[in-house]
Every structure is written in structure tokens, then in C-alpha cells.
Write a protein that binds this ligand. Structure first.
Ligand SMILES: *Cc1c(COP(=O)(O)O)cnc(C)c1O
Length: 213
């Protein structure tokens, strides 16, 4: 069994001087029993990839720990949008206008506005979600003007097999161009690099909870 608390505290210590950096502990695939030590340590931000899994795992825990904030990191299908509010406080994977429109409807219905990141397909990978760089500015304008969404920043997952640095730099540039303040980038293997390039939300799973096999 992984020493989850030790892993967690090591990372907390590494980033302790970075006041603007928030750690999202990515707990997908792990049962609550595995996550509980980190909750009891006072950590509040957790990331999940799947709506159904998150509902089962977090709905009641969130009532016991009202400070917990849940972050949806994975692809969101439009037919699942009705289940995500108010369970998720943050959505990192906004990647289409159709999705923007559905979330817009739901946030009125539920009277709850999640904080959102626009996912950018920074490596132009056909198999990956995300808005193309060329469409980003238009997409952003529509999200705030037409859909009244609370867009706080950009998110990306750089290509798996390449050095993340040039992609992080590009993200920083795109974020500055739009005047956004938050950037969600950096995972277990590259979060220190991401922080150097301006990341404000790092998403760390395996380095805290162990490998997901
Ligand atoms: C799983 C996942 C993470 C965490 O990945 P690790 O490499 O385990 O740190 C971060 N972001 C997204 C979008 C993920 O799907």
C-alpha cells in the first residue's frame, strides 16, 4: 500500500512557497478509504474523470466535508451535464459550444455556477479533446457573452510522449493574450515545470495515490 500521506505532504512542501498554486489531488479509480487520509489532513481539492464514479464516491462525503471542492477533469458528454451540478465545483474540460450551451442551461436550473477552464488541444492531437488554438478567442467570447459561463482559465494535457515545456510556454502565452489568470496544467511527471511556466492548478494523481495500473 502506498504511503499516501507521505506522498501528499512531500508535494505540499515542494509547492509551499508558491502561493498562487493550487493542488488538485486526482483520486480517480481509488476508493474513498484510500483518499480519506488526505481528506483528514485538511485537503479540499480533489479531481475525478468520470461523472458516475464521482457521484458514487463523493456525493455523501461532500456533505460530511462541506469545504471539499470537486474538479471534473475528464471529457464531459453532453447527456451527463444534468448530473454534474452542483457536485462539481470546477470543470476543467470545457471543449465545445454544445457543451457550453448545456452547462449554461443547467447552471440556471440548479442556480449554481461552476468555475470553468477551457481545454485547449495544445498539441493538435486528433484523439484528444480541446478547442483548437485558432478558435480559442472566439470560443472564449461566446462562452462569456452568449452562455454567461464563469471561465477562470485554460487547461491542457500536452502530448504524452513529448517534452511538455514548449506546450506549457504556449499555454502561458494564450492565457496572457486572453487576460485570464488561472492555468490548469502539470501532472505527476511535469508539475514543477508547469509551475515555472505559470500554472496555478496542478493536477496530481499517481504521485500521491500510487499507480492506477
Ligand atoms: C489522470 C489525470 C491527471 C493525473 O495524472 P497523474 O499522471 O496520475 O498525475 C491529471 N489530469 C487529467 C486530465 C487526468 O485525466
Amino acid at each position: 500500500m502506498e504511503n499516501v500521506l507521505k506522498n501528499y505532504n512531500l508535494i505540499k512542501q515542494e509547492i509551499s512557497k508558491k502561493k498562487n498554486v493550487k493542488l488538485v489531488a486526482v483520486s480517480k479509480t481509488f476508493p474513498i478509504s484510500h483518499i480519506l487520509p488526505v481528506i483528514n489532513e485538511g485537503h479540499n481539492d480533489f479531481g475525478e474523470n468520470k461523472v458516475q464514479e464521482a457521484l458514487e464516491k463523493w456525493a455523501s462525503i461532500k456533505q460530511d466535508f462541506p469545504n471539499i471542492k470537486l474538479h471534473l477533469l475528464g471529457k464531459l458528454q453532453t447527456n451527463k451535464v444534468k448530473f454534474v451540478l452542483p457536485l462539481f465545483d470546477y470543470i476543467h474540460s470545457l471543449d465545445s459550444l454544445k457543451l457550453a450551451s448545456k452547462i449554461s442551461e443547467q447552471q440556471i436550473k440548479k442556480n449554481f455556477k461552476p468555475k470553468m477552464f477551457i481545454q485547449v488541444n495544445i498539441g493538435n492531437e486528433p484523439q484528444k479533446g480541446g478547442v483548437d488554438e485558432a478558435d480559442l478567442e472566439n470560443f472564449y467570447r461566446k462562452c462569456i457573452e452568449e452562455f454567461n459561463l464563469k471561465i477562470i482559465g485554460l487547461m491542457s494535457i500536452p502530448p504524452f510522449d513529448k517534452d511538455s515545456l514548449p506546450y506549457f510556454k504556449k499555454m502561458n502565452e494564450l492565457s496572457n493574450n486572453l487576460g485570464l489568470t488561472e492555468i490548469s496544467m502539470g501532472m505527476s511527471n511535469d508539475y514543477l515545470e508547469a509551475i515555472k511556466q505559470g500554472s496555478t492548478f496542478i493536477r496530481i494523481g499517481s504521485k500521491i495515490f500510487g499507480s492506477r495500473d
